[in-house]
Design a binder for this molecule. Structure first.
Ligand code: HEC
Ligand code: HEC
Length: 346
């Protein structure tokens, strides 16, 4: 640069700074922010901040017009009860889109209520899990959590790692359980100075007392039309870690028969026939299984006179008496309805 042009630059610089401050970071996209907030799996900020960002366990974010720096800092280095979300879970770009979306929303007069309050007479661990924010997302009895704990035979160290280092400690657990990884972890990493080890000890004691669960899955395939009727395949498996997880004992498998259809035949060990079931509010095909340990799977089939419908398709439940849990006389897991359409021939 020649001397005179340098002078010109020096002279112009303050003016240029006034006219166009810092190469402005691109503005957020409110439409993208909206999709992220409302429709993206595992972006569960809304469980704490409210679906309309109106505030709940966490403060209202609608129309708040926080600065970009304040917003990013609040998510990356939360100072209180909020878990931290590193960029691997939600990028700066995505947070800026969220901000832009919140800026399109009206501020609220008064923040909304918590999703779940501490129930009267709650055991200590449940009270802690509520005030620490856990049950804004988790079922108050941590039904899924206790099944994962039973599947890996969790100890307190493992439990702490899930809370303080969820984003790195949980993905290997998913892999070990044979589940596809999540694109992001909804939970974030809690700060041990805010959700302290003694608090977690209370939550842990509460969950142990309710009882760790066998992690059972029942999966139906779409109906396959044959000359005898429509055949539904059911796969039942214990997804616990082999040699480590809990065994389900004294198990009953029930498949609700859609109204207006009849059972033509059934296969699989332990078939007992059809009987009305109060919980399923339907006639159910029933199988009895003495026990199913981690890694074990069994196949069953049910042939119906005709296919179920979108509103009334074959579905069911797995019930087992052991391990004993305090959430009911038996433990259970839902078998989701069979998918519609026909199964691919094989
Ligand atoms: C467990 C409940 C919880 C979850 C989940 C949560 N937050 Fe928060 N959030 C809070 C609480 C509580 C605060 C108040 C500050 C604190 O306690 O750290 C807060 C504060 C904030 C603030 C600062 C608000 C202010 O007034 O300064 C922002 C921004 C924010 N959260 C965004 C998010 C985003 C984005 C997500 C999801 C990636 C998220 N939060 C997930 C509870 C939560
Ligand atoms: C923003 C929602 C959210 C909050 C708040 C939250 N969790 Fe989670 N937590 C999750 C999700 C999502 C998973 C992943 C498992 C899943 O998808 O079912 C998870 C996983 C876990 C696991 C591993 C076992 C399992 O459930 O798969 C434990 C243990 C756990 N959370 C405990 C806690 C505790 C204790 C707190 C409170 C200090 C807490 N969580 C707060 C959403 C949350």
């Amino acid at each position: 640069m020649t001397f005179p042009s340098l002078l010109v630059v020096l002279f112009l610089m303050p003016l240029a700074q006034q006219a166009a401050p810092a190469p402005a970071a691109p503005a957020g996209d409110p439409a993208k922010g909206r999709v992220l907030w409302l429709e993206t799996e595992h972006v569960e900020c809304r469980e704490c901040h409210g679906v309309k960002a109106e505030g709940a366990f966490g403060p209202d974010l609608a129309g708040r017009r926080l600065t970009r720096a304040q917003f990013l800092y609040a998510v990356r280095k939360p100072w209180g009860a909020m878990p931290a979300y590193p960029a691997s879970q939600i990028s700066d770009r995505e947070l800026i889109d969220l901000m832009a979306y919140f800026d399109t929303l009206q501020t609220v007069e008064q923040p909304g209520p918590w999703r779940r309050e501490v129930p009267p007479g709650a055991p200590r661990g449940l009270a802690v899990a509520t005030t620490a924010g856990c049950v804004q997302c988790h079922h108050p009895a941590f039904n899924n959590g206790r099944a994962v704990m039973g599947a890996v035979n969790a100890d307190f160290q493992w439990f702490m790692s899930m809370v303080y280092a969820q984003t790195t400690a949980y993905p290997p657990v998913r892999t070990a359980l044979g589940e596809p990884p999540y694109a992001r972890m909804a939970m974030g990493n809690f700060n041990p100075t805010r959700v302290t080890e003694p608090m977690l000890r209370d939550v842990w004691d509460y969950l142990k007392d309710l009882g760790f669960r066998a992690r059972m899955r029942g999966e139906l395939s779409a109906g396959q039309p044959t000359k005898d009727g429509v055949v539904y395949q059911l796969n039942v498996r214990n997804t616990g870690l082999v040699g480590t997880g809990l065994t389900a004992e004294d198990m009953t498998i029930l498949l609700a028969v859609p109204t207006g259809t009849t059972v033509v035949s059934a296969t699989g060990a332990g078939y007992e026939g059809v009987r009305p079931d109060a919980q399923l509010k339907a006639d159910a095909a029933v199988w009895k299984v003495a026990k199913m340990g981690p890694g074990e799977r069994q196949s069953y089939s049910l042939t119906l006179s005709k296919a179920g419908t979108a509103t009334d398709n074959v579905r069911g439940t797995l019930r087992w008496m052991k391990p004993v849990v305090k959430t009911g006389p038996s433990d259970s897991e839902v078998i989701p309805p069979a998918p519609l359409g026909t199964a691919p021939a094989h």
